[in-house]
Design a protein around this ligand. Sequence first.
Ligand code: PMP
Length: 437
Amino acid sequence: AFTFSLFHFMTSEQLFEKAKTLIPGGVNSPVRAFRAVGGTPLFIKSAKGAYLTDEDDRQYIELINSWGPMILGHAFEPVERAVRDAIQYSFSFGAPTRKEVEMAELIVSMVPSVEKVRMVNSGTEATMAAIRVARGFTGRDKIIKFEGCYHGHGDSFLIAAGSGAMTMGTPDSPGVTKATAHDTLTAPYNNLAAVETLIDANPNQIACLILEPVVGNMGCVLPDPGFLQGIRDLCTKHGIVLIFDEVMTGFRLAKGGAQERFGILPDLTTMGKIIGGGMPVGAYGGRTDIMNMVSPAGPVYQAGTLSGNPIAMSAGLAMLTYLNEHPEVYERLDTIGKRLGDGFRDSAAKLGLNYTVNQIGSMFTLFITDKPVTDLTSAKTSDIPRFGRYFHAMLERGVYLAPAQYESLFVSTALTDDLIEQVIAANEESLKAVMKD
Ligand code: PMP
């Protein structure tokens, strides 16, 4: 039986008011609260293909796609079917299953540097585990991360963190101990010399270097030519475990992620988002000798009651299988991304606005700045109040963007040519509407 409560008759605004009395800030993840752009967050009722529908029954064209996972559009049928099939056999066993083995084999076959893999329940779990393993493997304590990169909400990463942590103005979160912060060293993105300086100042103390091989979390920022190779060389030279955080880029920039696209192999890779087809899934994997440190093969402890959950594995398997068998998906994503990126750039130029658009494959960001954006300092030259007005102008025209400047957009293959044109037209009108105020 399906029961109705009063909540079924509430608008987004009423739900948000109620939510704020029950949930911190009314949301279960900060950036959803629209703090950076103002106004009331949309409470989403359903989504299909390229469209979201909110509790007020308005439809929006999706450019976030659950922050990445819905790369083939919402409620993609093979994934939906796999979940429907799976639920007949109970939802969790806390015991090994055939699907986990299939999943592991598929990931190892798709991601070039991954020889062994462990499933977890989120990107955050994946990155926390990966640095623990790197520390166990090297016997060293310190890690290097880049300013503006976000690696989930683990204590070690909330130092100069991007995404919501930056948008919320609390890059160094209370509750992270000084001792933890002390072990996290940071450098500006795309700055090899700064990394070298950190390594020289901390000889034989750095366990790992973690980075987003293409950044999504200070807006989309690309690695300069030679940057990833330079990082790879430095890590190899100094015995530092190189971790690519491919939570956003994995299975998106190519079927084997950024490492395949750029042809540079890390020692460990963290994964999330697409890997679960929309279910809560993450994974970390890499070199056999390093992964053999993980319990019970080795001494580094890491576990999970719901890890490898059969419903989540079914969704993920259906998603990855489809991507693995349809290389044309990546050509289409590149085409869509390029057309949107070029379209946004052209519209801005036409209006005499020299805004920066960073785009690679299906990730892109329009920065409200005329400076090139290559790191956190340059990302911060963006006009944040104007971005907020632009965001709402797009929303009024039926386009749902990430509700903050320091985020990448993620397109799906559900965007048809017609929808691409609609989005480009909405962008031009929105820029026009906000350029003068
Ligand atoms: N790493 C990166 C690069 C991310 O973008 C994110 C989340 N957006 C995470 C880790 C954390 O993943 P989750 O939100 O699933 O914990």
